[in-house]
Design a protein around this ligand. Structure first.
Ligand SMILES: *Cc1c(COP(=O)(O)O)cnc(C)c1O
Length: 427
């Protein structure tokens, strides 16, 4: 069934570290061979062996309207004819910035980069440059890309592979990253009190998605916002995952919280490598060439990446009902999974918000990294493979959120629920 993928994986390992260009793709924690994809359309992926899968990864978020979404593909094709890069400004970059500013709250100025990692590392540099302080607070199990400062108690692949300390990150850098448990406001207050006037920023995934989907508890973000105001700390919402996914204005809009700086990635590029960071002019004006906090990129604002993102965001802005549809589909899936899981007799937890959802095989609520890590993740591995064999492509780790895309039909969701029902007998 997976013969071609197996052959490709053998071959890939000879020229690419671990056979993959990003660790979470490797299936290392769930075992088996990563599937090599050939094409995708709408909600379906097709691997090298021609197998079809219902996709719940959506390229880790960007494919919110389904794969090969026609307006985006057409726009890329047309744009490419006029050159794929200039290294000089274009009107399209202004249109992109204006479009984003019209959609998201609390952003006066926005700088485009090429990945979520770049967006987050630039945002903390800016926060440090603006405040003149060195330390940041992040949360256990949160992932903000692979820049040195963030690889302390990080989520996503770092959690999946259980990497405690990352060789190559200096102690000096790691010491400037302080960590607290997600949803533990008291712990954050304590750190802030112990490091008065040393903390430049608190960076948070507003709805955590890199340790499964974990929701903010009531009052958590409000408390962080208040603390940041009192202590002169920059409050950074890492919306790489939630931006343009939970609402046109992202988690800021969905949760009604104002951030000082916001980072974007994933959906913002419509499947092309795009990231961005933005915020109030007061802070953003410290970025070069306006200010001295240096940040740059040869391919930043690349025309192909911009037209893909611009077209995608325009669709989302013009059709806000997409968010309602996505949420309804996700709730339908959640309720359907609940129906089959509750008669199974084993413990489980489903966390869901908007079009983000995940299943943890746990007998306690999953509200932070410790509770996510203590779930029965061996069982998740079996579930993952049982689903894959039934044509459902879930993230290959319990430490990842599933992402729904709007090309999914009720029939796809019913198939997924049925596949879960069948899978439960052998996990
Ligand atoms: C994916 C992700 C990043 C990193 O983005 P890349 O484009 O992979 O560098 C940062 N923050 C969050 C919340 C993410 O989910």
């Amino acid at each position: 069934m997976y013969e071609k993928s197996k052959q490709l994986f053998e071959r890939a390992q000879k020229s690419i570290p671990g056979g993959v260009n990003s660790p979470v793709r490797a299936f290392k924690s769930v075992g088996g061979t990563p599937l090599f994809m050939q094409k995708a359309k709408g909600a379906y992926l097709y691997d090298a062996d021609g197998n079809q899968y219902i996709d719940y990864i959506a390229s880790w978020g960007p494919m919110i309207l389904g794969h090969a979404y026609e307006p985006v593909v057409k726009a890329i094709q047309e744009k490419a004819l006029g050159s794929t890069s200039f290294g000089a400004p274009t009107e399209l970059e202004i249109e992109m910035a204006e479009l984003i500013i019209s959609m998201v709250p609390n952003v006066d100025l926005i700088r485009m980069v090429s990945s979520g990692t770049e967006a987050c590392m630039s945002a903390i540099r800016l926060a440090r440059g603006y405040t003149g302080r060195n330390k940041i607070i992040k949360f256990e199990g949160h992932y903000h890309g692979h820049a040195d400062s963030f690889l302390v108690k990080a989520g996503s692949g770092v959690a999946t592979f259980n990497i405690q300390t990352v060789p190559g990150v200096t102690a000096g850098v790691a010491n400037d990253t302080l960590t607290a448990a997600y949803n533990d406001l008291e712990a954050v207050k304590k750190i802030a009190a112990e490091h008065k006037r040393e903390i430049a920023a608190i960076i948070v995934e507003p709805v955590a998605g890199n340790m499964g989907c974990i929701l903010p508890q009531p009052g958590f973000h409000e408390g962080l916002r208040k603390l940041c105001d009192e202590e002169g700390i920059i409050f950074i919402f890492d919306e790489v995952m939630t931006g343009f996914r939970l609402a046109p204005g992202g988690a800021q809009e969905h949760l009604g919280i104002k951030a000082d700086l916001v980072t974007y990635g994933k959906v913002i590029g419509g499947g092309m490598p795009v990231g961005a960071f933005g915020g109030k002019k007061e802070i953003m004006q410290h970025i070069a060439p306006l200010g001295n906090v240096y940040q740059a990129g040869t391919l930043s604002g690349n025309p192909i990446a911009m037209i893909a993102g611009y077209t995608m965001l325009t669709e989302l802005k013009n059709n806000p009902s997409i968010y309602k549809e996505l949420e309804e589909k996700t709730i339908y899936l959640r309720d359907g999974l609940n129906e089959v899981l509750k008669v199974w007799g084993q413990s489980y937890v489903i966390n869901q918000l908007g079009s983000m959802i995940s299943v943890h095989f746990s007998d306690h609520p999953v509200i932070d990294f410790a509770s996510a890590a203590s779930a029965n993740n061996e069982r998740f591995k079996k579930y993952f493979h049982a689903m894959l064999n039934r044509g459902v492509y879930l993230p290959p780790s319990a430490f990842e959120s599933w992402f729904l895309n709007n090309a999914l039909t009720k029939e796809d969701l019913d198939k997924t629920i049925q596949a879960t029902k069948e899978s439960l007998t052998n996990i």
